[in-house]
Design a protein around this ligand. Structure first.
Ligand code: HEC
Length: 235
């Protein structure tokens, strides 16, 4: 009995000051892959934010990483998942949140470096501000779209810092199309969101925002109907 206690004591001191490891999720296997895919476009040497590319530099940030991702501040995608379908959705999935949370709670172990993936290729975070040739339409709560529009992308235009706002299109037939739900807007990370497939908004569609009067967005129309061109002078 005494010997077992001593052994335990020893192995605990070998792990040293680190937390007790209670997870199978490791940096070398799961976390490095997640960070390379979701964070590396900014958190790398020479990038706009401090590097998270290796275990040594990421480990001290473990608690902050968990907090930032659970608060949805990082990665700064800002659009709530499932409300509008976007191309290259950069928000974390529920599974990814669980991987991060388990890794941090379980003591943030390194694992065997032989499992590390190759360094990621440089990737871009921002998509073009507007689709080429698209017409830009300003929308706010209550805007009526007076000619058919095929919306390719949307971008916050005038939103207060910290604002959370849902934007919905109410079509004349009574159906609703979710356009975007911005959560705690941070203007430092403003971007254009491209729809997976264009959202068709017939003439007479009304834009609703919740809360009302939260600001304005730009809708980028890939195609606009002929009467729209006439009334708005779009060429
Ligand atoms: C679009 C670029 C970008 C992406 C992508 C991104 N971050 Fe960040 N992150 C930043 C910037 C910019 C800061 C502020 C940096 C600074 O203060 O030096 C930051 C700050 C942080 C912080 C520190 C917050 C604090 O305590 O001040 C953590 C932790 C963090 N990011 C984690 C992550 C993780 C994890 C991911 C991926 C899941 C990620 N970030 C993706 C740009 C990004």
């Amino acid at each position: 009995m005494l010997r077992i206690a001593i052994l335990f004591g020893l192995s605990a001191s070998v792990i040293g000051a680190h937390d007790i490891i209670t997870t199978k999720i490791t940096w070398s296997k799961e976390m490095s892959r997640l960070v390379y895919k979701r964070c590396a476009m900014c958190h790398r040497e020479g990038g706009p934010a401090f590097s998270l590319m290796t275990y040594e530099v990421a480990r001290p940030w473990a608690k902050a990483i968990k907090e930032e991702v659970l608060e949805r501040r990082m990665p700064p995608w800002q659009a709530v998942k499932g409300f509008g379908e976007f191309k290259s959705d950069r928000g974390l999935t529920q599974e990814e949140l669980e991987v991060i949370s388990d890794w941090v709670e379980g003591g943030a172990p390194e694992g065997d470096p032989k499992f590390l993936p190759p360094a990621p290729k440089p990737a871009v975070w921002l998509d073009p501000v507007s689709p080429p040739g698209a017409a830009e339409i300003d929308i706010a709560s209550g805007t009526r779209i007076d000619a058919p529009v095929s919306a390719a992308a949307i971008r916050p235009k005038n939103l207060a810092k910290g604002a959370s706002v849902q934007v919905v299109a109410k079509r004349p037939d009574g159906t609703f199309a979710p356009l975007i739900w911005i959560y705690q807007f941070n203007p430092d990370f403003v971007r254009t969101y491209y729809y997976d497939s264009p959202v068709s908004l017939p003439a007479g569609t009304e834009i609703l925002m919740s809360p009302e009067g939260s600001g304005a967005f730009s809708l980028f129309a890939a195609e606009v109907g002929p009467s729209f061109r006439k009334t708005r002078g779009v060429r």
